[in-house]
Design a protein around this ligand. Structure first.
Ligand code: SF4
Ligand code: SF4
Length: 205
């Protein structure tokens, strides 16, 4: 009896999927566009902003060279190495910045979670393939460049499944995180606090 019920359930499940829409993306002529700006994390509130975990974006003027991102990656993929650069910043006197080896990175986002200074985010850039292992290593300078993405196809999800859409579906539009402005204001506050603390330190020293 249980075998017959099992067969009926399996057939029912299969029949239901006959009515579900299918679509095929003609990549690379068509490129999938993701909702939002990519994965971000607000260290002050401890809240992550959902997004695609693609190539990282590093803000040199915010990075302190604290190495917390590299430490977070150590137990995962050892994809981050800290490298010395020529520039110097008030907040990064050692002038060291992370570089990322995308031959090792598993795109977990733990390095973004570990960064206390709003210096490291992930973007929607997923086109990272390369002919050599060496070119998968992104230097701090490369990580600072905003990715130029030509992604034009969005997915519309309905009861009948997913399909292509040039327009962002309304429910997803609502779900878009006001990511950057929110984080930018937090960053400003953090920097102001840090500068005040530095000034106090200078006065006492
Ligand atoms: S996203 Fe990549 S670089 Fe960052 S912690 Fe994960 S494996 Fe390491
Ligand atoms: S990216 Fe963030 S965690 Fe990594 S060294 Fe810079 S400030 Fe520290």
């Amino acid at each position: 009896m249980s075998t017959i019920v099992g067969i009926i359930k399996a057939l029912n499940s299969g029949v239901k999927h006959l009515a579900v829409k299918r679509f095929t993306l003609r990549y690379p002529e068509e490129k999938l566009k993701f909702v939002g700006d990519g994965y971000q994390y607000d260290p002050v509130s401890g809240v992550a902003i959902a997004g695609y975990k693609g190539r990282h974006m590093l803000f040199h003027d915010k990075c302190t060279g604290c190495q917390l991102c590299a430490i977070a990656c150590e137990g995962v993929a050892e994809a981050i190495g800290m490298v010395k650069v020529d520039n110097k910043w008030k907040q990064n006197k050692k002038a060291i910045l992370p570089q990322i080896d995308y031959g090792k990175c598993v795109f977990c986002g733990l390095c973004v979670d570990a960064c206390p200074f709003y210096a490291l985010y992930m973007t929607n850039d997923y086109e990272l393939s390369s002919f050599t292992k060496e070119s998968l290593i992104y230097t701090p300078a490369q990580l600072a460049v905003k990715a130029h993405m030509n992604q034009d196809v969005q997915i519309a999800i309905s009861k009948r499944g997913a399909s292509h859409s040039a327009e962002l579906p309304a429910p997803l539009k609502k779900a878009l995180p006001p990511a950057q402005p929110q984080l930018e204001s937090k960053l400003k506050e953090t920097q102001e606090d840090k500068e005040k603390a530095d000034d106090k330190g200078d006065t006492h020293g």
